[in-house]
Design a protein around this ligand. Structure first.
Ligand SMILES: CC(=O)SCCNC(=O)CCNC(=O)[C@H](O)C(C)(C)COP(=O)(O)OP(=O)(O)OC[C@H]1O[C@@H](n2cnc3c(N)ncnc32)[C@H](O)[C@@H]1OP(=O)(O)O
Length: 445
């Protein structure tokens, strides 16, 4: 590996230093880090879509011709290395005040919803870099987000006055799917970059993206991935384990099988705690002190999905859906906990179905589990077309927040709510390490 590429690769593994001069791309192509605004432009270039909505049908017609470039088997595609897909993106919040406004909350913190949008675009670009075919300008692949496996926040504060840097690369591939690992770092200096800037890690994310054919109608093979050293071998093994974990999680879903005996005891205990001791009845339920019924924690929203929010394939951009769901979840946690909550983990967001432009997007959010200062919020997303009343679930989002003070206990009333409680508890327990609350931990909507 060339020296510069080796340095970049090493930087991705730990603390990122020397903000300037970092690069992205394959071994043979070392460039400056991309500006965040270039990411979506680059994606449009790779996919060859129009920037004007009225031309979108024509642009998609043109993409049909790319079908001939699709591989008939994975073996026919050359293997790639992790560094081939490695990219760096700069979000110069500190040095660009106009950009900063887009990311700013009224409390002078960073809008986490905007970060989710950036991660989604970055994840797609990483996958295009992995599958880059130098013989065609436009890619025959349509890459979509299928799963946000995990986003873990580190405990450093996110300031809108310091530059942010993202890195990402493909860490595992299946036949048509790819796992992408992304990291986010923040500069330790305000307003301007110094040649000796240090970037500290603030976030770790794992997404799964899927390759589809040029019209986004059927599956398409992705290039194989070969490890170059022991660490990369471990990442690939971890990718395999992640796949098995997801399958195991989904086969024990409470939508498919009954809760285990420990969980059944939890639910019965909660039920007994809400029985009115003055009556001998299963029907008289009262709330214990410092507790809230789950049904009283709901918030809902409706959005019309305008063309402005479309992705490169003229469906609604996954990042937009995540931002909307996150902001509703944050408002739910805030009104429940009575103080400003901080996001700790985003977990297992599955994009089951694409959302068409023009759909009505219904989001329902509720607190489904609490413990100490933690609030687990679930957001259910459904769409309906304007001319049909039929609703279809497109996503379920799970967010873990932390409040500055201890929050009330949550009590389910119905069996359905009890399942939501257990599902929330499972997601909460899957959180890697509980974050220690810090006063300067300032990630808000
Ligand atoms: C960047 C953006 O804005 S994209 C917009 C947001 N995303 C979307 O709109 C995507 C909406 N979802 C979909 O269209 C569909 O669910 C699809 C196309 C992603 C998957 O459809 P499926 O019928 O599950 O496809 P299929 O069974 O062929 O699976 C395709 C691959 O996805 C993988 N996959 C499917 N579900 C999951 C999951 N929950 N977690 C991880 N991988 C998954 C499969 O393992 C398979 O990978 P492999 O070929 O490497 O083994």
């Amino acid at each position: 590996m060339k020296r510069a590429a080796m340095r970049l690769w090493t930087l991705n593994k730990g603390l990122l230093t020397h903000g300037r001069g970092l690069a992205y791309g394959s071994e043979n192509k070392i460039c400056k880090p991309l500006h965040i605004q270039e990411v979506r432009n680059k994606l449009r270039e790779i996919v060859g879509v129009s920037t004007i909505w009225r031309d979108h049908v024509k642009a998609m017609e043109e993409r049909k011709l790319l079908h001939n470039f699709l591989a008939t088997s994975q073996k026919a595609l050359p293997p790639r290395k992790m560094k081939d897909s490695y990219i760096e993106v700069l979000l110069p919040l500190g040095s660009d005040p106009d950009l900063r406004d887009k990311y700013l909350t009224v409390q002078n913190t960073v809008r986490f919803g905007r970060i989710l949008e950036d991660l989604d675009s970055l994840g797609v670009l990483v996958c295009y870099m992995h599958n880059q075919n130098h013989s065609t300008k436009m890619s025959p692949l349509s890459i979509v987000t299928v799963l946000v496996d995990k986003i873990d926040m580190c405990k450093y504060s996110l300031s809108p006055e310091q530059d942010i840097k993202f890195t990402g690369h493909v860490s595992w591939v299946g036949k048509t799917s790819m796992e992408v690992k992304m990291k986010m770092f923040q500069s330790s200096y305000s307003f301007h970059m110094h040649s000796d800037d240090k970037f500290w890690p603030v976030l770790d994310a794992t997404f799964v993206m899927v390759a589809r054919d040029s019209e986004n109608k059927g599956p398409a093979f992705v290039n194989p991935l070969v490890p170059e050293n022991k660490e990369e071998e471990e990442l690939i093994t971890q990718g395999e384990l992640n796949k098995s974990r997801r399958i195991a999680f989904s086969t024990t879903s409470l939508l498919k099988v009954a809760p285990n005996s420990e969980e059944r005891n939890v639910i019965h205990e909660l039920f007994l705690n809400t029985l009115d001791p003055k009556t001998i009845s299963f029907q008289s339920r009262i709330l214990p002190p410092k507790a809230v019924w789950m049904e009283d924690t709901k918030l809902k929203s409706l959005d019309i999905c305008h063309p402005q929010e479309r992705n490169i394939f003229n469906r609604i951009f996954g990042g937009f859906l995540m931002r909307k769901a996150y902001e509703l979840a944050w408002a739910t946690a805030c009104s429940f906990g009575g103080s400003r909550p901080y996001v700790v983990t985003v977990d297992d967001i599955m994009f089951q179905k694409p959302v068409e432009v023009g759909s009505l997007l219904f989001l329902s959010s509720q607190v489904c589990f609490t413990q100490d200062n933690y609030i687990q919020v679930r957001v259910h997303s459904e769409v309906a077309s304007l001319d049909s009343r039929e609703h279809m679930t497109t996503n379920v989002f799970h967010f873990t927040f932390m409040s500055e003070k201890e929050v009330p206990l949550i009590f389910p009333k119905t069996y359905g709510e009890s399942m939501l409680y257990l599902d929330g508890q499972r997601h909460f327990k899957s959180m890697s390490t509980p974050v220690i609350l810090k006063k300067n931990y300032t990630v808000e909507p």
